[in-house]
Design a protein around this ligand. Structure first.
Ligand SMILES: Cc1cc2nc3c(=O)[nH]c(=O)nc-3n(C[C@H](O)[C@H](O)[C@H](O)COP(=O)(O)O)c2cc1C
Length: 376
């Protein structure tokens, strides 16, 4: 019965036509249209770009304090964390590093030099708390823009299947050149035997998550399906193209079914992951010498720079993080990935697949800056 529903809906053009549009007046992707246009405050103008940063599960856990002149302070919204799959807030901190990098780039694009002080009130361990992650001070001095900034609106996380075109040497070089200064190792791998191994290992991470109920449920709970649900929740993982919206309207693709082994929705999610893994044409990973909060911020800065460099080369990219996560069922894979990818030691902070996209993607939703400003 489930499968018949699925097939009927796949052929159901009328349903697609009827349900493919978001309700009028609530565009969850509006933040990508001319970010910062019309803003007089250079900080707000820059922040309109920073909120476009990649971040785990698109939780956008950022709270920005603008109460001190010429200063931007970032704290975390502790209701927007991922306690099961990110138990030490490592990945959330990486997302804050990506935010910082785009913020500094956006200030530089306005000709504003700035300095960033990390964890000005101390490094929160083992969990993030209410203390700031960074404080950026605008220096009122000249600076040069970063060429990668031109790619911010093109950058995506692309979870679709990629083409079988090999990654060019120029693209590999651009990714390598994107690494920021600091103690971080960026490796790009395109050798077929290693790529085959990594395709298998990353897929294993997805399967482990799917078979770990608490981890799987954390992802499902943060997934929104259908145009209306995504418009109402401009964060999390958004499944709102015409097909997904139609499958949801027909009751085939629902959160409950995604969470239930044996349903078409559950099986198709794993199949989708497998196709994604199998079409990877290369992998990029980042290793830091330690796992301090500062290293996590640096990893986020490096990740978004690599993602921007990929966009500049027409290359698609998707982090594949399950095997890097610190919950018990991932431990054997976590150890294996570290043996393979960080044999000299250090912490594997990000692992992503790369390849060429089959089609253009819409950007992921954003909550908008107003929702993330600290109220006085
Ligand atoms: C630390 C970190 C880990 C991530 N892990 C994954 C992942 O395992 N799988 C995935 O599809 N996307 C992953 N992402 C990408 C986010 O889901 C993505 O940035 C977010 O949904 C917003 O979409 P965008 O990058 O297209 O703006 C990760 C991003 C970060 C910063």
């Amino acid at each position: 019965m489930h499968r018949r529903d699925f097939i009927r809906v796949l052929g159901g053009g009328a349903i697609l036509a009827a349900t493919g549009c978001a309700p009028a007046g609530s565009d969850p992707r509006a933040a990508w249209n001319h970010p910062g246009a019309g803003e007089a405050d250079i900080r707000r103008k820059a922040l309109a770009w920073a909120i476009l940063a990649p971040n785990p599960h698109n939780m956008q856990p950022w709270i920005v304090d603008l109460s001190v002149p010429d200063t931007i302070t970032l704290c975390i919204d502790r209701t927007r964390l991922l306690p099961v799959t990110d138990p030490f807030n490592r990945q959330i901190t990486i997302g804050c590093g990506a935010f910082l990098e785009l913020l500094m780039m956006a200030l530089a694009a306005q000709g504003q030099a700035a300095t960033a002080e990390l964890f000005p009130d101390g490094e929160p361990q083992p969990l993030l708390d209410d203390r700031p992650l960074f404080r950026v001070r605008i220096a009122r001095a000249a600076t040069t823009p970063d060429p990668l900034f031109a790619q911010v609106l093109q950058r995506r996380t692309n979870r679709e299947a990629y083409t079988d075109t090999p990654v060019t040497a120029a693209a590999v070089a651009a990714l390598r050149a994107s690494a920021p200064e600091g103690a971080i190792g960026l490796t790009v791998e395109t050798a077929p035997a290693r790529v085959a191994l990594l395709r298998d290992l990353v897929y294993q991470g997805g399967v482990i998550e799917a078979h770990t109920p608490a981890a799987h449920q954390e992802s499902v709970a943060r997934t929104f399906i259908g145009a209306g649900d995504v418009a109402a929740h401009p964060w999390g993982i958004s499944l709102d193209n015409g097909m997904m919206t139609a499958l949801n309207a027909a009751g085939v693709l629902t959160k409950a079914k995604m969470a239930t082994p044996g349903t078409v929705a559950y099986d198709q999610s794993l199949k989708y992951l497998k196709t994604g893994a199998d079409t990877a044409q290369g992998f990029v990973w980042l290793v830091t010498p330690d796992n301090s909060r500062a290293s996590q911020i640096l990893a986020g800065r490096a990740y978004v720079r690599a993602n921007l460099a990929a966009a500049g080369q027409g290359l698609a990219m998707q982090p594949w993080s399950q095997g890097l996560q610190e919950y018990a069922t991932q431990k054997p894979l976590f150890d294996r990935l570290h043996r393979e990818l960080a044999p000299a030691g250090g912490r594997l902070q990000m692992l992503s697949r790369i390849g060429y996209p089959k089609a253009e993607l819409r950007p992921a939703p954003r909550r908008g800056l107003a929702a993330q400003l600290k109220r006085a």
